[in-house]
Design a protein around this ligand. Structure first.
Ligand SMILES: NC(=O)c1ccc[n+]([C@@H]2O[C@H](COP(=O)([O-])OP(=O)(O)OC[C@H]3O[C@@H](n4cnc5c(N)ncnc54)[C@H](OP(=O)(O)O)[C@@H]3O)[C@@H](O)[C@H]2O)c1
Length: 311
């Protein structure tokens, strides 16, 4: 039997249960993965914090994993092509990644570059595809200066690296203790907190062309609206209500356009990470049995890098 974390009621992670489950044999178009590392993201807990329309309990937790194939369905290829039992792979937008083994749609599975650890591979695509889409929807172009709220976070460091490749200058908000990480990835760090607007304009010394918000506080939104008049050049991944009431973009992977865009950039991001051109900073690993501790650490808001669960 495999083991898997399930939300059996809506609420915080302390109500999740680590249960025994029978892993189904893969059918056509499916594969089974022995999980070596599961990526931990704030969404893992946020999406089960309260009842959601269309969702039913129990909800298996975790959207991305890295591991090895233990079974391949008949006539089945994975997202990156041919696959055999024993191959190392990563998988993204799966359901129930906090597990020892899962059977998932093969098109969500890609060969893992040998240069990437399982911990890094399990943490690449949720943050990476989100960052890529944020730059895309705000039409960020070479030579521009942009503001990034949450530059030290998982999404933030992906934005920093992709923006640097584009030739874009980023003013990135962070706690002073995280400034080194922002600067390591090419950003100009400014502290969030009172006075943010003036610190950003001083650091930029040029108009802010677009804002990418990976924090979602009122402070981040207020400063964004004050600095950029064209609301089509402001995007948030964390302030849905304010985006809807004030007419700027909110994106999330469950929206059809976002899912399509994010699917389209998976292979490119894996190739960049495999070539060492996209780094996934890791903060900690936890045993899979401590999933609730791991996600609580991330939800505190200052993990300082990605977190992986190890079965
Ligand atoms: N809609 C989507 O598709 C999508 C996808 C991915 C993530 N998200 C959301 O995006 C957010 C970031 O995710 P993540 O994985 O990057 O999280 P993370 O790695 O935990 O990073 C959190 C970031 O927030 C910053 N922060 C914490 N408290 C802050 C405050 N009071 N003011 C300003 N900044 C603060 C942290 O900076 P310091 O530690 O330096 O203070 C850090 O940069 C989360 O809300 C997540 O749910 C949404």
């Amino acid at each position: 039997m495999a083991r898997q974390w399930l939300a059996t009621q809506w609420g915080d992670p302390w109500s999740w249960e680590f249960t025994e489950v029978q892993t189904p044999a893969p059918r056509i178009g499916e594969v089974t993965i022995r999980v070596r590392a599961a990526g931990v993201n704030p969404a893992d807990a946020k999406h089960v914090a309260s009842a959601r329309s269309g969702a039913t309990l129990p909800v298996p937790i975790g959207y991305e994993v890295s591991g090895e194939l233990t079974a391949v369905g008949p006539d089945t290829r994975i997202g990156s092509g041919e696959a055999r039992v024993g191959d190392d792979v990563l998988a993204f937008r799966v359901y129930g990644g906090y597990a020892t083994e899962i059977t998932v749609p093969a098109e969500k599975v890609f060969a893992k570059p040998a240069s990437l650890s399982h911990e890094a591979a399990a943490n690449l695509l949720l943050a990476g595809t989100t960052a890529s889409e944020m730059l895309h929807v705000t039409r960020v172009a070479p030579g521009e200066t942009i503001l990034l709220h949450g530059a030290s976070g998982a999404v933030g460091v992906m934005v920093l690296q992709l923006a640097a490749r584009l030739g874009v200058r980023v003013i990135g908000t962070a706690s002073p203790s995280s400034f080194t990480r922002v600067e390591q990835f090419g950003g100009t760090a400014v502290a969030h907190g009172p006075g943010l607007h003036d610190r950003v304009t001083d650091a930029a010394g040029a108009p802010i062309a677009a804002v990418l918000d990976a924090v979602g506080t009122d402070e981040a939104v207020d400063v964004s609206l004050a600095l950029v008049a064209d609301r089509s050049r402001i995007v948030t991944v964390a302030a849905a209500a304010r985006a809807q009431s004030e007419g700027f973009a909110w994106i999330v992977g469950s929206l059809p356009a976002s899912a399509a865009y994010r699917d389209g950039v998976r292979a490119e991001l894996i190739a960049l990470a495999g070539a060492g051109e996209l780094e996934i900073p890791l903060a900690r690993t936890y045993p899979l049995t401590q999933a609730r501790e791991a996600v609580s650490f991330v939800l505190d808001g200052h993990p300082g890098g990605k977190v992986a669960l190890i079965p």
